[in-house]
Structures are given as structure tokens and as C-alpha cells.
Design a protein around this ligand. Sequence first.
Ligand code: GDP
Length: 325
Amino acid sequence: MDIATTAEKLRAGDRRALARAITLVESTKAEDRATAQALLTKLGTDRAALRIGLSGTPGVGKSTFIEAFGKMLTGLGKRVAVLAVDPSSARSGGSILGDKTRMDLLSRDPNAFIRPSPSQSQLGGVARRTREAIALCEAAGFDVVLIETVGVGQSETAVAEMSDLFLLLLAPAGGDELQGVKRGIMETCDMILVNKADGDLRAQATRTCADYAGALRLLRKRPQDPDDFPKAVAVSALEDSGIAAAWDEMQALVNWRRDSGVWAQRRTDQARYWFHEEVRSGLLSRLTADPAIKAQLARLEEDVTAGKIRPAAAADALIASLFKP
Ligand code: GDP
């Protein structure tokens, strides 16, 4: 790949160049990694999109929502990219997120770019690839980058740590189900969207919204956000209602954070978070790539599982041996 040409095309908004560049950052080959880093450096960081993370369990309406929300944004003249972090794709063998066939209209929109999740197994790899893909989309001049994920485990944390706004999409629910929403996710999300507020579910969606709004306020108060946030907003992705109002709320929050410096601070904190994550995972993969250390690790693991040594003592022994002169 010719870096200068690719960078030029990408910055001109060429979607094929963008797709090729994302394929490059997804590669784990050493030489591709080097080219990817060179390309990212060449592209610079002068352009920034609004990064919106969106989480929700399968069936809650993520693709339907992204299709409606994305079309609304392109209708406003914005360029929209959709990326996915799918922790299950490696196991199931097929990606279930960022599926173009489920976002048919948006995928044919010249102002939209949809990239399904890659089939890498490790979250660390997927997270890095996604952060680099976000950087590529920003360099290509996209105004909004949507990052879709399912509501399981660490992928949610990872997506929250790469978003300016983190949204949780929920379905109308009864009181018991409300209890089931994990506290951690309620604490990280910036806004709850209660989807399927239509037909027979409309009234229930309104009640659910009030319940969640109350729960959000009880759980935490972000001094950096306006008094009436975090909010829960009812939408219908299917009927395309409430989505413009939700966008207004998102913009109100974003503008507030921009003015108060919270926006920039959040990105700084995220850079620090990812630096430490990269150091941790980089160290681990270097260690396990070393045959002698790998063998020692296996021996110690055996001893730990056989009950010969306590886990912490085994780890101490391994780490101490690494730092022996
Ligand atoms: P995902 O798995 O989260 O991406 O969910 P989908 O977007 O594939 O939607 C799952 C199902 O819910 C589909 O049958 C959709 O038609 C339906 N659905 C999505 N949004 C709405 C909505 O706003 N109202 C209603 N009634 N159904 C919806």
C-alpha cells in the first residue's frame, strides 16, 4: 500500500480507501501493523467526529435504530460511519453486528459507511482495531461515528471508553426487569433510549422511561453534566419517532460538555486509559511469545492447579524471575 496516496484518498472521503485502511488496521501481521501505524501518523488528528457508543441486547432494536438514526443524520447533511465491537463473533463464527443486510437503506446511502465487526477473538485486539478504525473514519471527514456493541461484559466498557456519548438501548420493561439492568452499565451510560415505544408498548415505554430516569438519577450525579441529565428518552426505531428529540438531547449534552471542557477532559482520560491497557496487553503478549517464559508459566499453572503453590505466590515467583538481572 502506498501510504501517501491512501492518506490523500482517505482524507478526500473515498470510502474504498477507508475500507482498505480498516482492513489494514485489522491485520495482526507485523509488517501490516507497521504500515498501519505509519498511515495513522500520516493522517494526523486534526479532524474529530462525534463518537457515539450504542449498547443493547440482541433483539432490542439496535440495527433498526441505527438505520433510522443514521438516515436522519445523513438527511441533516452529516456523514455517518457505523462500526461494531462484537465479542461473540469469534465464537459464533459470524458477525451479528454492523450487518449491512439489516441496515439496508443506510448501507446504500452515499453519506454512510458501515463496517461489520471483525472476527478476532481477543477483546484487546478488537478494541484497538476499533479505536484505529474510528481514527480513520475521523480522518475521512465523518461527522458522527456510531460504535455498536451488545450488552455483554467487557465489550461495553471498551466501547464506553472510546465514545464521547455512550447510549444504552432498552426495551419497555416491567419493574422486575428494571432490576436486572446491571448497575455498572447504568453508571457508565450518558443516556438511556427506551425503544419500541409504539403500538401496545407505547404506554409501557413511557413508564419504563420514568423508572429508568429515576434510577439513573439515584445511581449517580455527574457534576460535570447539566442538572437534568442523565436522561431516559422513549423512541420507536420502527416508526421513526422520538429519534429527532433524542438527537436534540444528545446535542444539548455534547454542547454543554464542549463548553465546560468536559469533552476534552474525557478524551484525555480515555487516551490515558488506553495507554495503560496497551502497555498491559503488550507486555502480556510479549511475555507469552517467549518460549522459556511460556514454559515457566505452564509449569507454574500446573503447580497452582495441583494445589502445590498459591496463585499469588506463583505469580510473584514468575514476575521476580523476569526482573532478575
Ligand atoms: P438488534 O438485534 O438489537 O439489532 O435488533 P433489531 O434491530 O434486529 O430488531 C429486533 C426486532 O425488533 C425486529 O423484529 C425489529 O423489527 C423489532 N423492532 C426494532 N425496533 C422496533 C421498534 O421501535 N418498535 C417495534 N415494535 N419493534 C421494533
